[in-house]
Every structure is written in C-alpha cells, then in structure tokens.
Design a protein. Structure first.
Length: 278
C-alpha cells in the first residue's frame, strides 16, 4: 500500500512539473490547408499566421518572445493576425515593458499587413495596448475592417470585433461592408469563439479566427477539457465547421488563470489558402 501511495505521489509530482515547466514551452506550428472559391486565383497559396493569448508578463519572457517571432518569420507570412489578450489582467505594464513588446512585434514581417483585436484581459490597459500596436505596425480592428488588395487589385476583407466582455461590440460596423463585397473572401477576428452564434445570425464570413479558450489549457485523457473561460464553453477546440463558415481557435501562447498546460501545447496556426475558382 505504501508503495502504491509513493508511486502515485511521484507520478502526480512529475505531471505537475511537466505541465508547469515543460509543456508551456513546447511551442508548435499547426499547418492547415484551406480552399475556397471566394479566394481570387491571384491570392492562391496565401499564407496567414494566427497567434493569440500571449498574456505577456505572466510567464512569457523576452527569450520566449524572440523564439515566437522567429518561428512566425520563418513561415514568411503574407498576413499575420493576433486575436487578443496581449497582456494579462493580473500584471502591470511599465513603459519599458511596453517598449519591449513594441520591439518584438515590430520584427514580424508580412506582405499584406499585421492585424489585431482586443481580448478580455486587455480591457484595463487599452490605451497602452493601442499605442503598442500603433508603434509595431499592427492595425487594430476594433469593430472595424480593412480591405486588402494585391497587385492585380483583387481583394480580401478582414474584420475584427471588440471583446464581448467590454460590451461595446458593433457587428454592423465590422461586417456590413461584406454585404456589398459579394464573392470576396471574408475573415473575421473574434476573441471569444462562442459569440460566433450571434455573428452567424446575420453574417456569413468564410473564416473566423478566435482565441480565448486555450483549448481548455488542461485536458485529461478520457475526460477532455477541465475548464474553459466564459464564452468559450461551446466552441473551444481547434476547428469547427458551421454551415459555410470555418472557425479556427488558437490554443494561445501564454497561460491564463493558472500557470499550467497539459495536452494543450502553445501553438501558432499557419493557414495556406488555395483558390478553387477558375
């Protein structure tokens, strides 16, 4: 009996050490192939990098930031999107720390731009985060949109919603434009994935990119996720097909609430989009 108790204690200790010190540093890249007839042939092979939930300062160091930016640039992305929670609401953000984020985010290189939205953890530091994005050439899509044109003047619509927790989301400002851009590939950045139900009552974006759930952050074999934040309880896994809309959810870079990850390693999503139109 003593041996069983000892072995159980050792296993639990090892799992806790692994989930606290090892898995949170096991950054992986998920390559995902997408096809759509609304992608103009001139955009064929478009590369989009999606990352989310950095929660800077909770555990993320300058060394880890450098690793993250290096991995993103190795993909040579056409577009980079960040879907919220740049910082953690339990930490402060000094002027030097703001400059650190600006320095590293500025190093991300793209062909068609870098885009971001607010997450719920960003609410108390909105002014500072807005400045960080401006100084690192990210376009903040806060209930707004941007139309990306290539050399042949074909276009992609990318829209972003404010975090639902701030209670100032404005769907028409972000997506009404899609009604006048028929057959244009439409991407929506949405921090809390469960809000997609409301979005799809009126609009039909081709691709919705979210964060917030951390994939559950801790998953147990046979049991699945242990906990997901509010508004990521229905949709929390990596991918869902909802009618004609594809929803992809990033597992995030940092941790939220507790500094552990188990069976949900931090990740970058890399989408390669192919046109099916003639």
């Amino acid at each position: 009996m003593k041996k069983i108790i000892l072995n159980t204690f050792i296993i639990i200790t090892l799992l806790l050490l692994y989930s606290h010190f090892i898995e949170p540093k096991m950054l992986k890249t998920n390559e995902i192939a997408l096809t759509n007839e609304n992608i103009a042939p001139t955009f064929d092979g478009l590369k989009i990098v999606h990352f989310s939930d950095l929660h800077y300062k909770r555990k993320i160091t300058k060394k880890y930031l450098n690793k993250l930016i290096t991995e993103i640039n190795l993909i040579n992305p056409d577009i980079v999107v960040f879907t919220g929670d740049l910082v953690d609401n339990t930490t402060t953000l000094s002027e030097d720390e703001q400059k650190t984020l600006e320095k590293y985010l500025s190093k991300i290189e793209t062909k068609y731009g870098k885009y971001a939205i607010f997450g719920n953890h960003d609410n108390m530091k909105r002014d500072a985060i807005t400045k960080i994005y401006a100084h690192s050439d990210f376009i903040l899509l806060n209930n707004s949109y941007n139309i990306i044109h290539n050399e042949k003047n074909d276009q992609i619509l990318i829209s972003g919603l404010d975090t639902i927790s701030y209670n100032k989301q404005d769907l028409p400002s972000a997506l009404d434009i899609s009604n006048s851009l028929q057959n244009t590939y439409t991407i929506l950045l949405l921090h809390e994935p469960d809000y997609i139900t409301t979005v799809l009552e009126t609009y039909s974006p081709n691709l919705v990119l979210s964060g917030h759930s951390h994939g559950g952050q801790i998953r147990m074999p046979f049991l699945g996720k242990i906990y997901t934040p509010y508004l990521s309880q229905k949709y929390y896994d990596e991918f869902y097909q909802i009618n004609n809309t594809k929803l992809y959810i990033s597992y995030g870079i940092g941790e939220s609430t507790i500094d552990f990850r188990f069976l949900t390693p931090p990740s970058i999503n890399f989408y390669r989009i192919t046109s099916t139109s003639n």
